[in-house]
Design a binder for this molecule. Structure first.
Ligand code: UDX
Length: 439
């Protein structure tokens, strides 16, 4: 075998994993059908923005640990094939398996006449039962038998954007949904070369592994919406402050302190999509999803608190100069998929405000959507200059260094809406300072 593993689909998960495996000495073949994307990757110019990814790409390509192909039939150059294609949302929230189905069919045809045992590892996020469908399709198009000629393993990914390399190399856990001892051995032998010793591997069934991914993300999303709900209450009570509530409840080990930050809501390519997919999946089984429906409702309306404050402080927004700091769905990424900034800009445009935005790396992505209808600053100072209100939408580190006196000096009116609680209420109390979850 020319390669130890192949990754089919070099999106966020595929590329980060491919680079990390290669860095650990595994011979990796990355397969991507999008030529534009593939050409960028080959030049060590990653299409996704991640710390160290270009350096690792360059190093692995140079050491010949990472090679690429545009052809799916090349999966036969390895015995372990990771499926890392996208599973986008359909209109009703359910996931669209078209890329999975196509890749599965192509893999089946490619392995048809090869007398080797292949393991197909499903890393894409898929609802329970998908691995079974993949098995059926592989059998149908290859004429081979599951467990005898090939195995299907489910290995969901939990990496966070902005920290993808670190998360890929040092995950909290590895979940492996397996059907046979043979697949378990193959996966263990691969993973022991990549990860630290004593890594907590959770062995389970493929269906459970599929559900674990959705349960994991939906629970985290629920924590956030719950805190946003508490934030709304805190805003209405004298001296209320959701930060103080968070610090106290986070000390309870049963709750833990992470993912309790109230804000303008969660965005990104995973939480909104995965919660919707779990709701759609539950519906097929007549299971009530009110709990997750509320998570979404809170999230969809959370940004409106900005407009409540704007209405109270500025009245009509027509022609008012509003500055926005932070556009990406979270810091350390230029990803604006489902970013809250987009909803806020749309609504501000409806209200005919004059908008100036700044993000350390996501300006261009937002420009692709809003073009000249808003203006783009190249730093935070020039963004807030002359504005009548500044909204902090994403908690980039560099914004935390802006001092109260900078806002007073530069803004026409020092009205701040801190959507991510990055400033100290004590230091900002001389300004017109409003914040999520602050009464
Ligand atoms: C998420 C999961 O964390 C990860 O395990 C999975 O593999 C993919 O989905 P990601 O989308 O990269 O990762 O971002 P994450 O850091 O989880 O944040 C998601 C959103 O929640 C962001 O918009 C963030 O601002 C928001 N968030 C997060 C909060 O509002 N409060 C918090 O306390 C944490």
């Amino acid at each position: 075998m020319e390669y130890d593993v192949a990754f089919v689909g070099l999106g966020y998960v595929g590329l980060s994993s491919a680079v990390c495996f290669a860095d650990r000495g595994i011979n990796v073949l990355g397969i991507e059908i999008d030529s534009k994307k593939l050409n960028m990757i080959k030049k060590s110019n990653s299409p996704i923005h991640e710390k160290n990814i270009n350096e690792l790409l360059q190093k692995s390509i140079k050491k010949k640990k990472l090679s690429f192909s545009k052809e799916l039939k090349d999966v036969t150059k390895t015995k372990i094939i990771f499926l890392t294609v996208g599973t986008p949302s359909r209109k009703d929230g359910s996931i669209d398996l078209k890329y999975i189905n196509q890749a599965t069919k192509d893999i089946a045809i490619a392995i048809k006449n090869i007398q080797e045992y292949f393991v197909i590892v499903v890393k894409s996020t898929v609802v329970p039962g998908t691995a079974l469908k993949i098995v059926k399709n592989l059998e149908r198009y290859s004429g081979k038998k599951n467990s005898i000629d090939f195995g299907v393993v489910v290995n969901p990914e939990f990496l966070q954007e902005g920290n993808a390399i670190n998360d890929s190399l040092k995950p909290d856990k590895i979940v492996l949904g397996i059907n046979s001892e043979k697949d378990k051995k193959i996966m263990f032998n691969l993973f022991k070369k990549i990860y630290r010793k004593n890594l907590p591997i959770v062995y389970t069934t493929p269906s459970n592994a599929e559900l674990i991914k959705y349960a994991n993300n939906s629970l985290l999303a629920t924590k956030i919406s719950f805190m946003n709900y508490i934030a709304r209450i805190a805003e209405q009570i004298p001296d209320g402050d959701v930060e103080e509530i968070k610090n106290a409840i986070g000390m309870d080990k049963r709750i833990s302190e992470s993912f309790l930050n109230a804000g303008l809501g969660f965005g990104g390519s995973c939480f909104p999509k995965d919660v919707k997919a779990l709701i759609a999946f539950s519906k097929e089984m007549n299971i009530n999803s009110d709990i997750l429906q509320s998570v979404l409702t809170i999230n969809d309306t959370q940004f409106m608190s900005v407009f409540d404050i704007l209405k109270k402080e500025l009245g009509s927004l027509q022609g008012k100069k509003i500055s926005i700091l932070g556009l990406s769905f979270k810091p350390e990424t230029d990803d604006i998929r489902d970013a809250i900034s987009l909803k806020i800009i749309k609504k501000l445009l409806d209200k005919k405000a004059t908008i100036r935005v700044y993000d350390p790396i996501a300006n261009d992505n937002v420009r692709d959507i809003f073009g000249k209808s808003i203006s783009y600053a190249s730093n935070s100072e020039s963004c807030i200059k002359g504005s009548e209100c500044c909204i902090i939408v994403t908690e980039w580190k560099e914004f935390k260094n802006i001092k109260p006196k900078d806002f007073t000096r530069l803004m026409k009116r020092p009205l701040i809406i801190d959507g991510r609680r990055i400033f100290s209420k004590k230091k900002f109390n001389k300004l017109e300072y409003h914040a999520i979850g602050l009464g």
